[in-house]
Design a protein around this ligand. Structure first.
Ligand code: ADP
Length: 263
């Protein structure tokens, strides 16, 4: 739990960092565009005397921007996945305290966890982060309070269309759904929600990185992310994590569901 708290503080720091980077990058682009515009005007007026100077300024700015993106790419590559067969139910149970503290008193937390759930193949740390981030998004969508449900289910998909995925999805997945009774999302927000830096939150509050990082991690795990939402109707974000086939439990689908209300 402590590690997770530190991790969420780190996420916040990463958010501020990326905000700063976006700002720097924008400044560099402004430098390139400014120099090119001066050059364009001068060429139109046939003033070729010191075009060099503006050309060099544009090149220097563009090179700085390229160096910055290289550093960013190197940074993001470092976060490689540690995929292992993972028992997700105890992982979620161990997050209860952190989650209810994060949600505050206005939001009730409920978990629907099957007694007999499949193992998923995933990175446990990244999954914890993803669930915490989804809970934070849900909290932000329920400023007046509401309910958050985390539901785990064994799901065999036989040709299900998942928004944003080409073709129907087939296979055995452990589905982790984070369901809120919040303000919901308009269709155009759902379409952009996975884009890095897309946020509808005020500057300083949203980084627009939460869902894009979750999407990246789940896709890298061989899974899928689905958003079901409508304005005024709450939001369900489901992570479909590939099942670890070695521990087949044929009777498991949605049987023995345990519902535990939490304060
Ligand atoms: P951030 O939370 O920093 O804005 P995200 O990538 O996590 O970045 O989310 C992108 C956007 O998707 C949010 O700004 C919000 O508009 C929308 N969104 C995400 N989760 C929810 C939710 N549970 N309810 C309503 N809108 C949401």
């Amino acid at each position: 739990t402590e590690a997770l708290l530190r991790q969420s503080q780190k996420m916040e720091a990463v958010g501020q960092l990326t905000g700063g980077i976006a700002h720097d990058f924008n400044n560099m682009l402004t430098g390139v565009i400014g120099s090119l515009e001066v050059m364009k005007r001068r060429i139109a007026n046939q003033r070729y005397d010191d075009l060099d100077r503006f050309m060099n300024a544009a090149i220097t700015s563009a090179q700085r921007a390229a160096a910055l993106t290289h550093r960013l790419l190197a940074f993001s590559r470092r976060q490689s996945l540690d995929r292992k067969p993972t028992d997700v139910v105890p992982l979620i149970e161990s997050m209860r305290d952190l989650l209810s503290r994060t949600l505050g008193e206005q939001i009730s937390l409920e978990t629907v966890l099957p007694a007999d759930s499949w193992q998923a193949i995933t990175d446990a740390n990244q999954l914890e982060n993803a669930i915490l981030n989804l809970a934070i998004n849900a909290r932000d969508a329920m400023p007046e309070g509401g309910q958050l449900i985390i539901q785990v289910a064994n799901k065999t998909l036989s040709g299900r269309d998942i928004r944003g995925i080409d073709g129907a999805v087939v296979g055995d997945y452990l589905r982790v759904s984070v369901i809120d009774t919040g303000e919901g999302m308009a269709p155009e927000v759902i379409d952009k929600a996975f884009d890095p830096f897309f946020t509808t939150k005020p500057i300083g509050q949203g980084t627009g990185l939460g869902l894009s990082m979750i999407y990246g991690f789940v896709r890298q795990s061989g899974g899928h992310v689905e958003i079901e939402s409508a304005l005024g109707n709450g939001t369900t974000v489901s992570l479909y994590l590939p099942r670890n086939a070695k521990t087949w439990a044929p009777s498991a689908t949605d049987i023995g569901v345990v519902t535990t209300p939490m304060g």
